[in-house]
Write a protein that binds this ligand. Structure first.
Ligand SMILES: [Zn+2]
Ligand SMILES: [Zn+2]
Length: 160
């Protein structure tokens, strides 16, 4: 987690109108198996890299913000390409606009950011086999227990 090896790296939507660069390691990478992520992706889970907003540099395009209901009831803003409508990141009500949840699958090389934790495994698709050695929790988790110290420090600085 603490290494910036292979970074910065770039990503974007399918039509390539929206392109972005992330300039450091994310704070933490979630693989979320909740029903909401399953519906929003049309798949078995979403992989979100949490990172400070100023470490996501927009290179091209004018992404649009789509207000979307969320599991918490507080809503989320999904940031989408205005042309092909692919979602590139989200902002959740909790951490607000300071933290972006970048959709790892939109990176040019998504292999670089494997999940640091699997969450909401209680609604995991039964055929998804979780890898050994990666934390997995039935619902959400206490970040103090799982995040590396460096990420906790970065978060503290962000909200100071
Ligand atoms: Zn696009
Ligand atoms: Zn989810």
């Amino acid at each position: 987690m603490t290494s910036n090896e292979g970074l910065p790296c770039e990503g974007g939507c399918t039509c390539r109108a929206v392109r972005y660069r992330i300039t450091s390691r994310p704070l933490f990478v979630h693989c979320c198996h909740c029903r909401w992520c399953q519906r929003e992706t049309g798949s078995a889970f979403a992989i979100n890299a949490m990172i400070e907003a100023d470490r996501v540099v927009l290179l091209s395009g004018s992404p649009e913000i789509v207000n979307t209901p969320s599991n918490s009831g507080k809503g989320q803003k999904i940031i989408r390409c205005p042309v092909c409508r692919i979602a590139v990141w989200s902002n959740y009500a909790g951490p607000g606009d300071k933290v972006r949840f970048v959709r790892v699958g939109t990176l040019d090389e998504p292999d670089r950011l494997p999940p640091d934790i699997h969450i909401f495994t209680m609604s995991k698709q039964p055929w998804v086999v979780l890898p050994p050695g990666v934390p997995a929790v039935e619902e959400y988790y206490d970040r103090n227990k799982y995040w590396p110290a460096e990420s906790l420090e970065r978060r503290k600085a962000l909200f100071a």
